[in-house]
Design a protein around this ligand. Sequence first.
Ligand code: PLP
Ligand code: ZN
Length: 404
Amino acid sequence: MIQKCIVCGKEYDIDEIIYTCECGSLLEIIYDYEAIKENISKEELRKRRIGVWRYLEYLPVKDPKKIVSLWEGGTPLYKCDNLAKKLGLKELYVKNEGANPTGSFKDRGMTMGTTRANELGVEIIGCASTGNTSASLAAYTAKSNKKCIVLLPSGNVALGKLAQAMFYGAKVIQINGNFDDAMDMVKELALQGKIYLLNSINPFRLEGQKTIGFEICDQLDWEVPDRVILPVGNAGNISAIWKGFKEFKETGIIDKLPKMTGIQAEGAKPIVEAFKKGVKEIIPEEHPETIATAIRIGNPVNYTKAMDAIYSSNGFADSVNDEEITKAQKLLAQTEGIFVEPASAASIAGLIKLIETGVIDKNEKIVCITTGNGLKDPDAAIRVSDKPIEIECDMDILNDVINE
Ligand SMILES: *Cc1c(COP(=O)(O)O)cnc(C)c1O
Ligand SMILES: [Zn+2]
């Protein structure tokens, strides 16, 4: 196991606390894949409880006794026949990450990240967050007896997420700026050595998140979908999942790879713009805006990895507006019984758009990832729902109302 720069290839010891290469580029964790291949088989994996730690050999842990877990992962992969029928698709699945312990996929990153913090012996962990990262980190630091500092943007933090961060006992600091400003500030704190940083710039967090890719194959009985669609904010998750699929192929578990398809919100889409131009560099969005607060990010830290995932998988990137997101959020709830937060619905909205524009072939086997639980952001749901009908306790009135 080593940490390696994705651009210049410089290698760093696995025990070194470092977030980016000397050259300024992102790092990733590299394993001895031949050794994994020898030690692991599908049958062996299946003997263990499903979840992040089923795939222990693929994770950067030296001492399994240091693992911090709240039973993350093992989320349902729903076959969505009602929605598939409505959209004219042959085979559609939703991987519902809202079923994680704190209600988002961030838990997969944090079980790994806090385990890493345990191995390093660090005591204070911090992050910048639009909400879910802070909720998750706060829970995992509570579980592992560490201190937690979270920086949130002013306003616009979904109520459920804020409640979680506060309730798990984090020091919650709201800055008068947006997520990208908060990110700059915690990076500075990490450089000063005041905190161990668990944003997705930290390659260890992404190692946990790549298990979404593992589980999708596992739950499809080792078949690989043609396409995976997910919302993209800081672009860590799409990069992580792509790495997971590649590692399963490298170690002989699967024999093909899916097209990675990233969906951004209309008001925060630097990756989509780069993709449309066919380039690898992004131009940050100074004033990101969208109802989907979890992807309201103008300067995604992992864009280099994400562009690689999209281009080398022959994938796609597109954007959807807030109205399309809300419509898709309702459609998923009302056809499949899956309630997700607005950012997660971007994957469904993107699916619909890419069917309409002919990018997606209706015979593809598709997995949409819904990243966070609908209860995270009750305000967003209530705003777009019909109000309850209020009546007196009178059977005649009740009968009139239900007959309407
Ligand atoms: C964090 C988050 C995202 C964005 O993931 P990135 O890795 O930042 O691209 C999307 N949806 C939800 C619900 C999230 O919490
Ligand atoms: Zn480098």
